[in-house]
Write a protein that binds this ligand. Sequence first.
Ligand SMILES: Cc1cc2nc3c(=O)[nH]c(=O)nc-3n(C[C@H](O)[C@H](O)[C@H](O)COP(=O)(O)OP(=O)(O)OC[C@H]3O[C@@H](n4cnc5c(N)ncnc54)[C@H](O)[C@@H]3O)c2cc1C
Length: 410
Amino acid sequence: MEKKKEYYDVVIIGGGPAGMAAATYCGRARLKTMLIEKALLGGLATYTSEIENYPGFPEPIGGTDLMKYFDKQCRRFNVDIKLTEVKGIRMECDYRVVSTFRVDYYAKAVVIATGGKPRLTGAKNEDKFLFDKGISFCATCDAAYYTDKTVLIVGSGDAAIEEGMFLTKFAKKVYVSVIHDEGIMDANKVAQEKALINKKMEFIWNTVVDSYEGEERLNKIVLKNLKTGELLPFDVDGCFLFIGYVPNTEHFKGLIDMTSKGYITTNEEMETNVEGVFAAGDVRDKFLRQVATAVGDAATAGVMAEKYVEEVNYLQEEILGAKGLVALYIYNAIEALDRECLTKVEQINRDMNNAFKLCRMDIYKSDKMACRFECDKTPCLVLVNKGEVIHREYDLAQAKIEIEKALKNA
Ligand SMILES: Cc1cc2nc3c(=O)[nH]c(=O)nc-3n(C[C@H](O)[C@H](O)[C@H](O)COP(=O)(O)OP(=O)(O)OC[C@H]3O[C@@H](n4cnc5c(N)ncnc54)[C@H](O)[C@@H]3O)c2cc1C
């Protein structure tokens, strides 16, 4: 069965905070925008009961509630949304093709905002008890189920400690398995201090999970003391893993550059190694993974995607798609000589009664388009006939002669 093809200016992969914020920027810039999410909109932010540090909300707000605002905002700008998994990206002529099971989405620009997924411990029997069998990753989703029960948390970062404290509102006992020596945690100091005085929380230092035990459901976790090798069984009703994340980048391997841990590398403009493909949010190699930083990345990626699409359209419609001879003047607007030569080329065009189409390309902010024309210094006059570069002229004194020659042969 041949796949359906759909055409968009921008396709955004991932419907978490980064994806929805990028969609808002692209939609608002009147780009034809598609956002593809494989699960439910909102991403990892919906895993948390309270977000206290997202600017603009003086009172704590539930992650799901906050994400509903993101969703509403991007829909206001006519963003199309599809719930399906993206299986890969490939390049085809001038398009980046985002492939799903039934449809290939042809996009001029793509934003990857696929975030990450929780890391597993790799201990014995883990697969047997994942999700509804006792091993959870989302206190918000599952805390109520553990009312008056005993749970064990693995990890000591912000998510582990903050979600652990949230669990103490429901569970009667919350054990915390910490890999570090006594008193050492990875969480912020405020969370650490609150957790250490919480009577329902008990820290088991220097431990990792050795095995998960139970019949249908998890009912015991055996921890291993890393210093003594001692095995420590704990009767539990459930377990929460907060030991970090693995980026969702498996579908982009081979095309997009990544770190050894699979995070996508970008520059400050969120550009990846592939032209027209941007990355934003937790999926990116960066220092801090939060809603606020995801949104910051997304704003940049959205604006860059808009700029890229605009440039591609200009290139295709005005330069490569033009019928007659195009003289593309590539210059740097802050250089006096470049500005002076521009006036000369404009004069030539007037003297020749607009016999050719004059296009101007200022490379002050970005020289990417100039690179397409293999122009390595400015000012440069590139003559294009029916989409083909026929001459590059750096000596502007020769401009008129070369244009006349080109017009004769055109
Ligand atoms: C328990 C917990 C508590 C947290 N607390 C806070 C907090 O208090 N404050 C704060 O600022 N941050 C908090 N965070 C972090 C915050 O949630 C993340 O930094 C943020 O969600 C990252 O946004 P993102 O859009 O980059 O990625 P994600 O939120 O991970 O979204 C990525 C989306 O992409 C989708 N996706 C992945 N692969 C594909 C594919 N192939 N095709 C289609 N869709 C795909 C996923 O399903 C997901 O919806 C918390 C995180 C957790 C887990």
